[in-house]
Design a protein around this ligand. Structure first.
Ligand SMILES: [Zn+2]
Ligand SMILES: [Zn+2]
Length: 133
């Protein structure tokens, strides 16, 4: 397996929002809840968490715009191109980032957790190759 980088980076479709994250990535997982679907336009979203303290917004746009999707959760997106980038939970010391917006999404492999699997469309089956990454 390739050595994991110390610093991960990624950003939105138009480049206005960019981020860097270091520290240990945790809880890489899939979610197929209806909120993730409506927010992303995808049947399933792959997520990974990083310590908030070890992540930074490095693009010209600074922090993403946010939408309060539930009482304690805000979802971050690019105000220019609409890319779905992150979720922030009140009082939580980690940020959830969507794996697909990383510059190399192959480096972060979802684990066994697939939240709200039953809410995915019946034609869709997420298959993960955990030997990759
Ligand atoms: Zn953008
Ligand atoms: Zn979800």
């Amino acid at each position: 397996m390739a050595k994991k980088p110390e610093m991960f980076s990624g950003g939105c479709l138009c480049g206005h929002i960019r981020f860097e994250a270091s520290g240990k990535p945790s809880f890489p997982h899939l979610c197929s809840c209806r909120m993730c679907q409506a927010w992303s336009g995808a049947p399933t979203v792959a997520w990974v968490e990083f310590p908030l303290a070890d992540s930074a917004w490095t693009g010209a746009g600074g922090e993403p715009s946010t939408f309060q999707s539930s009482e304690k959760t805000r979802r971050g997106f690019c105000p220019k191109c609409g890319s779905s980038i992150c979720a922030l939970d009140d009082g939580y010391d980690k940020i959830s980032l969507t794996i697909a917006v990383f510059d190399d999404p192959s480096l972060l492999v979802p684990g066994k957790q697939h939240s709200y699997k039953a809410a995915a469309p019946r034609w869709w089956k997420a298959e993960i190759d955990r030997t990759a990454g």
